[in-house]
Design a protein around this ligand. Structure first.
Ligand code: F6R
Length: 247
């Protein structure tokens, strides 16, 4: 796995943006896998800049988001559809119909997850999947203990994830306890993967993912099984790594 250690959040966004843009410019109908949360915001700012200043074209881009809370409508400001619209989609020329986020309000979760997987397959799979990492090593909402072969499904969130995300809700009690997430097996089928991480709270998870054993205790360790993964992390998230991974 390749590791890029960035000095600032802006640099993290630019490094990751360059990889995404290179793929998009090389292949029309590029299929992006996208994450929400605080970490990918610098990347989305960079992609918006590249669109506005360097003609990065999203008109044929297709996207699939990793996950969504069960029970939140797209209009809720903590829903991941709302996040994506506001942080990226509304600012570039992507066709909204080509953007996919799991529907947290579906009344048939199982069928919805099967259709989500089939839709990814129909467009030829994900070319580049962007990931963030949970403090507990989760990717998407695949919490520790998830099968490394898991597919898109409904999951219960762990206390660690609830503690990390509940403060974003005006009333923390309102944070959903369940979500739909792509599986680890789904993520590993992407052609290329970019893992972003920043902040000291992610250092242990980043070290476990890169240098620990491949095991269900750290779902992100499954990325060691993939042939094309780049970690783009800030210095404070890289403190647990040995020298061989530092740039
Ligand atoms: C979000 C997602 C999660 C986050 C992770 C880190 O779509 O899949 O795995 O990437 O919880 O979240 P932040 O970036 O807010 O620290």
């Amino acid at each position: 796995m390749r590791v890029i250690v960035a000095k600032t959040l802006e640099e993290m966004g630019k490094e990751a943006g360059a990889i995404v843009a290179e793929g998009m410019r090389a292949k029309p109908h590029y299929v992006l896998g996208l994450a929400t949360g605080d970490t990918p915001k610098p990347l989305y700012r960079e992609l918006i800049r590249l669109h506005k200043e360097e003609d990065l074209d999203f008109s044929t881009t297709v996207s699939f988001n990793l996950d969504e809370y069960i029970g939140l409508p797209a209009t809720h400001d903590q829903s991941y559809r709302y996040f994506m619209d506001h942080e990226l989609f509304n600012h570039v020329n992507i066709v909204k119909a080509n953007t996919h986020v799991p529907d947290g309000m579906t009344d048939d979760v199982e069928t919805h997850c099967l259709v989500y997987e089939a839709t990814i397959e129909d467009v030829g799979g994900i070319d580049c999947q962007v990931l963030g990492i949970g403090r507990n090593g989760h990717i998407g909402f695949n919490e520790p203990g998830s099968s490394l072969a898991s597919r898109t499904r409904a999951v219960d969130l762990t206390e660690s994830t609830i503690e990390a995300n509940a403060p974003h809700f005006p009333n923390p009690e309102d944070m959903p306890r369940r979500a739909i997430t792509m599986g680890i097996g789904t993520i590993l089928e992407s052609e290329k993967i970019i893992m972003l991480a920043c902040g000291p709270k992610k250092a242990a998870a980043v070290a476990a993912a890169l240098e620990g054993p491949v095991c269900v205790k750290c779902p992100a360790s499954a990325l060691q099984l993939h042939p094309d993964v780049t970690f783009v992390v800030t210095e404070d998230a890289a403190t647990g790594l040995t020298l061989k991974f530092r740039r």
